[in-house]
Design a protein around this ligand. Structure first.
Ligand code: PLP
Length: 227
């Protein structure tokens, strides 16, 4: 069996166990395989093991992979920083964007989403640890941005995403993810129909699942170190 097949089997088994441990319903967490800097050969192995959802950070690299796999109807998620000259292709070739963090980018994605496609699923990226250097909206700015996104008919606001500061203990990790969960609940109380919390990577995904993640974004644990 290939390493990637084995890694996927191991991860899915562990994910089922962690869902159970934290009283999450079985299958409620989507595994997004983060394939940035990974070859099409490796992605093919993951596809052969039943993996359909992939996350990419770099547009040019992603477009080549998307073209390579066109017959497979894979589910492509854009998860990296977005420059405004990239929004057209992103809105054309992806089903999801997790990293929307300002109104100008949201508007461009909306205006450029091709009419033959359904509205683009988006998450707003939140700078939950309030680090100066991080991308993401500040917590206090999330409500106006979420309200603005509702006025854009070609976007479907699904939820929130975060990349928290690295923490060593599961308790400290959970505290960060808990903040995103609370923020999401406060938006839901205001009437936003959100069903997605995109949080958790190779080193902190268990804490994220404990706090309600519905999408975990896993790279190295599936594909090995990036080249
Ligand atoms: C690279 C990346 C991941 C995956 O990171 P791993 O630690 O390799 O699992 C997840 N989310 C985002 C936004 C990334 O850029």
């Amino acid at each position: 069996m290939s390493d990637i097949k084995q890694n996927l089997l191991n991860f899915r088994e562990k994910l089922a166990e962690i869902e159970k441990r934290y009283h999450r319903s079985s299958g409620s967490v989507l595994l997004l395989a983060v394939s940035k800097n990974q070859s099409v050969e490796k992605i093919s192995e993951a596809v052969a093991s039943g993996q359909m959802a992939f996350g990419e950070n770099y547009l040019q690299e992603a477009l080549e992979k998307i073209a390579f796999f066109t017959e497979k109807s894979l589910d492509w998620h854009f998860i990296g920083p977005i420059q405004s000259n990239k929004t057209k292709k992103i809105s054309e070739f992806f089903n999801w964007v997790h990293s929307v963090d300002n109104a100008r980018i949201a508007k461009r994605l909306n205006d450029q989403r091709p009419l033959h496609l359904p509205p683009l699923n988006i998450c707003l990226e939140v700078n939950i640890s309030e680090e100066k250097t991080k991308s993401g909206v500040n917590i206090e700015d999330i409500l106006p941005l979420a309200e603005y996104c509702l006025t854009l008919p070609r976007l479907k606001l699904r939820g929130l995403m975060t990349i928290p500061a690295q923490e060593k203990t599961i308790e400290a990790q959970r505290a960060q993810f808990h903040k995103l969960k609370i923020l999401s609940e406060s938006l839901q109380q205001k009437g936003f129909m959100l069903d997605t919390l995109s949080m958790g990577m190779s080193d902190d995904w268990e804490a994220a699942v404990a706090e309600g993640a519905t999408i975990v974004r896993i790279g190295t644990r599936i594909f090995g170190k990036r080249i």
